[in-house]
Design a protein around this ligand. Structure first.
Ligand SMILES: *Cc1c(COP(=O)(O)O)cnc(C)c1O
Length: 449
């Protein structure tokens, strides 16, 4: 306990700044920490290391074409690199980018390119307790209205398949089809962020198109994109990313930027070993027995927490268990960052490292005011092929304990606040030294461990 207390203080109550050695279960993210399959590992051994024209790249391009249906593939070093190149190519000063919901790095790249991000989620998405089966859907009525007025100023529409910051909530096939129709009517390109296309497809199969094989769902979903990109660190289970399209003109515009910012066309900043593993990872997206075991674990955890009265985002989505910090810490005001405080407190109480996904993850407005997001969440991510049911049982046990002792947790205030993506490097302190009180309470029940 003493070690965890010291570690979180040293980390400025920011779980990004904890050392992995000080963490028991690392549920910070699924990014780049998924276990690879044996087939992926085997592929890495036989990758062809060439600066240009490696046949490993050809294998990736074939996998992209067969699984996702795109003729042109550009590897990039990770998802945000794709976002950078897309924004640089399509966004002008004052352009709109319309999305079902933002992701942190997407917003940063759109804004750095001079654009304005407009979010059009369905209203149920912002209600943590709504049981809508596709809370990641875009509000197509508002999209139609928006494009009718602003299509000339709109650079692109972006749909994130499994909306990360909404709590890993899926987008339906019906919705993406409708969004595409509207985009076509107004001549606006549709960009799909497929970083978590695996889990999205699992939900589409479960809730919408039960008789379709996963492979067919993935290909049909991706077919609506003018540009498709993904952080391969998520569904791909490798360290990398890719951008794919069937539009030759767009491909050529983006391709000239690749050697400037990423690397040559056939590696784009990735190692060929990871490219080989990604090619295999893409093919394995269609294997029904591989995809979705985390969703079942998340569902189990959410059900147990819900039974104990702990406020969680429902229905359980992909990516992780999302705890509603506004309800969990009702007495902590928003300018004391309930989700940040909860995440730090949960680390103290469990050694589990989660991530704040609330106000701290949202930078201030240009005039310095806070813009509080509708959802203030602690996310406990489930990297693919990593955790078991017994881990979830431990998580539930400690989170229920913290819920019973939640009055101790006050809130956080800034010590060092970076201007952009402040959640990565920012440092805070606990208002009124509550971490000590919490640790003392914990010791009385569980001892020093
Ligand atoms: C992680 C993620 C990104 C950014 O990808 P990185 O590989 O971390 O740069 C973009 N979109 C979504 C939905 C993500 O989950």
């Amino acid at each position: 306990m003493e070690e965890r207390l010291l570690a979180i203080r040293e980390a400025g109550f920011n779980t990004f700044l904890l050392k992995a050695d000080d963490v028991f279960l690392d549920m910070l993210t699924d990014s780049g920490v998924n276990a690879m399959t044996v087939e992926q590992l085997a592929g890495m051994v036989s990758a062809q290391d060439a600066y240009a024209g490696s046949n490993t790249y050809e294998e990736l391009a074939r996998a992209v074409e067969e699984v996702l249906g795109f003729k042109y593939t550009l590897p990039v070093h990770q998802g945000r690199a794709a976002e950078h190149l897309i924004a640089r190519t399509l966004v002008r000063q004052g352009s709109f980018v319309v999305t079902n919901f933002h992701f942190t790095t997407t917003r940063a790249h759109v804004e750095l390119a001079g654009g304005v991000l407009v979010e059009l989620p369905i209203p149920e998405a912002l209600d943590a307790s709504s049981e809508h089966p596709f809370k990641g859907n875009m509000d197509t009525v508002r999209l139609e209205e928006f494009l009718a007025r602003n299509h000339e100023r709109t650079a692109f529409v972006r749909v994130e398949a499994l909306a990360n910051l909404l709590g890993g909530q899926p987008v339906s096939m019906e919705n993406i089809k409708l969004v595409k129709e509207i985009c076509e009517r107004y001549g606006v390109p549709l960009v799909i962020d497929g970083s978590m296309i695996d889990w999205n497809s699992y939900f589409v199969k479960e809730r919408e198109l039960g008789s379709w094989p996963l492979g067919k769902i993935i290909k049909e979903f991706a077919s609506h994109a003018d540009v498709f990109y993904m952080s391969a660190r998520k569904a791909g289970s490798v360290r990398g990313g890719l951008l794919a399209t069937n539009n030759r003109e767009l491909y050529e515009k983006i391709a000239v930027l690749l050697p400037v910012f990423e690397g040559f066309l056939s590696y784009g900043g990735m190692s060929v070993k990871e490219i080989a593993a990604l090619a295999m990872g893409l093919r394995q997206l269609t294997e029904e027995e591989l995809i979705g075991s985390e969703i079942e674990l998340i569902r189990y955890g959410v059900r147990e927490l819900d039974k104990a009265g702990v406020p969680v985002v429902k229905p359980p989505g992909g990516l992780g268990i999302h705890v509603d910090a506004l309800k969990f810490l009702e007495n902590v005001p928003r300018n004391r960052y309930p989700a940040g405080a909860l995440t730090a407190a949960f680390y103290i109480a469990s050694g589990i490292r989660g991530m704040e996904r609330g106000a701290i993850s949202n930078d201030r407005l240009p005039d310095g005011r806070e813009e509080y997001p509708a959802l203030e969440l602690m996310r406990l991510a489930f990297p693919r092929k990593t955790y078991l049911r017994s881990h979830v049982e431990y998580l539930v046990d400690r989170l229920v304990w913290l819920y019973e002792n939640r009055d101790v947790v006050k809130g956080l205030e800034w010590v060092y606040e970076p201007p952009v993506l402040r959640f990565f490097l920012g440092r805070l302190r606990d208002v009124g030294n509550w971490s000590q009180t919490l640790a003392d309470k914990y010791r009385r029940e569980f001892g020093e461990r």
